[in-house]
Write a protein that binds this ligand. Structure first.
Ligand SMILES: [Zn+2]
Length: 215
């Protein structure tokens, strides 16, 4: 298994994947061709069917996160811009691991109903990686809600605020990532819960040497 040598660093771990015998599945990050980053979905579990399961998680990352496959065995992806977007990728991986095997994969739209404030939220792509968050409904509290959601995107995907606006956010690569925005929108509504989930996995997942990762 020579590919383990350059599998990269582990950046995220789902220690009990609920849809296949509670196996653990990890996400690795490494340098790809040129300046691009690649992300590898991997498990040390040896049982039959694991490969198919890893390919399902990878396919979900492609559909839900708008990532693109890297040539190989169907378990490696990158962003279209080739950039790292590590936090966003970890989030895509966690969401992909929630999707049951055999489920039809669909990217999520850039609008949602916000039950908490009973508003329709939608996100406008402005081009070059910039997105403006909008909400309908009464004026009272509207701007505050939009600002909170924009802050959610900043936290979840390391996006930046566009100058002079706390309602417009942008990817630092200046490329559009519509599917990713659709995926994150639901989490951005309740960013505290999403961050808690990420923190829970942080202690398990981060940056340990390959020798320490055998389980
Ligand atoms: Zn990008």
């Amino acid at each position: 298994m020579t590919r383990l040598v350059d599998i990269g660093i582990r950046i995220e771990l789902v220690s009990m994947y609920p849809h296949f015998h509670d196996i653990s599945i990890s996400l690795y990050e490494r340098q790809g061709d040129g300046d691009s980053f690649e992300f590898q979905v991997h498990s040390y579990a040896g049982r039959a069917g694991v490969d198919q399961c890893l390919r399902h998680v990878t396919a979900a990352m492609i559909t839900l996160g708008g990532m693109i496959p890297v040539v190989g065995d169907g378990t490696c992806v990158r962003f279209s811009c080739g950039k790292q977007h590590r936090k966003a990728c970890k989030r895509i991986f966690l969401e992909a691991c929630k999707i049951e095997l055999g489920t039809e994969l669909k990217s999520r739209p850039m609008f949602i109903f916000d039950k908490k404030t009973e508003r329709n939220i939608n996100v406008d792509g402005l081009g070059q990686g910039a997105y403006r968050i909008n909400a309908d409904g009464e004026e009272d509290g509207r701007a505050r809600r939009i600002t909170a959601i924009a802050g959610g995107f900043v936290k979840l995907a390391e996006m930046d605020y566009v100058e002079d606006s706390d309602q417009t956010v942008v990817f630092d690569c200046n490329n559009d990532h519509n599917s990713l925005i659709g995926l994150l929108l639901k989490r951005a509504l309740n960013v505290r819960a999403a961050m808690r989930e990420q923190d829970d996995s942080a202690g398990r997942g981060m940056l340990s040497a390959p020798s320490a990762q055998q389980q």
